[in-house]
Design a protein around this ligand. Sequence first.
Ligand SMILES: [Zn+2]
Length: 616
Amino acid sequence: MKNYSILKKSIFNLTICFFIVVGCSGSKSNGNDRYRIKPLSLRLQAPKVLIIYDNSNHYGVKCLEQTVRACRYGEILYEVFDINQREKLPALNEYASIAVVTESLWKLDKQQCQNLIAFVKDGGGLFIAFRSWNENLSTLFGVTNSYEPQFIEKDQNVYFLKEFLPGGDGLVIQQDDVSNYSYQVDSTITLIARTDEYPIVWFHRFGKGRVIYWNTGLLARKINRGFITRSIAAVQPFTAVVIANIGIFDLDDYPNSSNNVKLEPIKSEFDMTMSEFYTLRWYPDMLNLAKRFGIKYTAVVVFNYNGRTHPPYQFFEWLNGTFKLGGKEIKSSLFAARNLTDETELGLHGYNHQPLTIGNWKTEQNMKMALNAARNRWGVDHLGKLPFSYIPPLNIYDSTGVNVLTQTFPSIKEVGALYLGKYEKGQFREFGPEPWNEKLYVIPRNTSGYIMTDFFKRCMISILISNGIWAHFVHPDDVYPLGERYEENQLKELNIKSLKWYGEPQKNGLYYQLIRWLEFSKENFPWLRYMKRKDAYLVMQMYDRAKITASSQSNIVNLEVNVVPCYFQFFLREKNKLEGVVNCEVIHEYDTEFGSHYIFKANDHVMMLEFKDPIQ
Ligand SMILES: [Zn+2]
């Protein structure tokens, strides 16, 4: 049955048009963005994706979930079709593209395969998101196999040969269960990614249309969601995708209850205690990076590491760290908390580092009293306005934990949970209300640390292309190989034991590694607006409401958005030249092998783009 897309964005009272002022100081906006909201009225015929799935195909259904999420975030119109319920495909000519998210394409008979072939030949887009086989479709797929290829199930590396996502050139997916067919591709295809033995992703021009084939089940995983958005955009004549345009940088465990011991590698590098390093070297260095890259921070305070989960809740450790400044002994935690600059929001990490779960604290009362103690201390130490943002210790909480948090800190409206991980631990979250407590809004974090591994690079660029968000976190004590933060194998892999802060003269320390990561970000996503979490929360309220629609006629594209200003990506599957814009500005233009890719800022509800050549 056809199931018309139910958009996640809440529906508005159509008669209301209102103004909201938020204090988001993006690099492009220099101050307050005044939002205007108005319902869409032009009824533009936007391109639509038909998503073919099979509800009896377990992994395919996971791929369906990711595809639907990608479409909802970006406001790409779609309909879904269950091949298990109905055997005959609907009329295809009302769709710009077809996304197949199941391995059940074998269920299509010869006639339906011919319909599919004719659809692409006439200019339609086909995106095979989940490896699939049908003997009548091999020419359309761009493969030479005449019989069903062998199914390969083993861990393999996937190497990207083309820059399919911005910054994704040379990307490697390490040892993953690729689950592919032993396909042999035609010489006319463009190979995008491969394992040592098999082609995994390829692009195929077929008649007037385009095919992108993912010979794997990898798109069923959340981490790869951005590849779905990009694949749809690579086969449709044009695609508009709304993005939030938010960069978040959390400083976990700062300020904290540090101590006065000298530990390696900082001991030999600076002859500093931990307290001295955090406040006199690490934070000032982070501020230099903020200046250089336009970053805003959200620092989250943890008062103790005492592990206590029942009263009395004291603060001996909090006042433990000291250092000498101008001959005076200074409490390092208070110094850190009171000397955050305007670039930094102060949020809460906890009374201590015990995750807010009933398993940890045994009773709600134990948890509540600890958080009350933290709130009182916030006042006693004059830390300013009560916190707006919360970061869970060890990235873990449960439903009791978040309920107690909202009771004791009603000022907290926003949580930085993990994007990946395990749902039952308070992780694997989406951007939106916390499912266990609607008073909290989640802006999940997708990368961490100072070293951009291939895994983190993929996490980062994949979300950036699906909704334009990068949320990252580091700890001041990451430079100390204390063990709690990293597992033994990770330490080995990251070679962290030998890395100092600067690592002069080679400049291979964590500080320089982070600079490399931020340079990568600036080079590939120069449009990204860094902001504090509480400002990001306000932008997300607008992003969640944003809708975009567009239609084209010859070389002209008309667009309409309901929220202004807003940011969106615009893709053309053919290279073209932008010759004029009305009511929007080009923020960035990507050079790609898969058509044109732009980032725009909408300055009014109705916009127009003029290209040199007709859009096809
Ligand atoms: Zn922490």
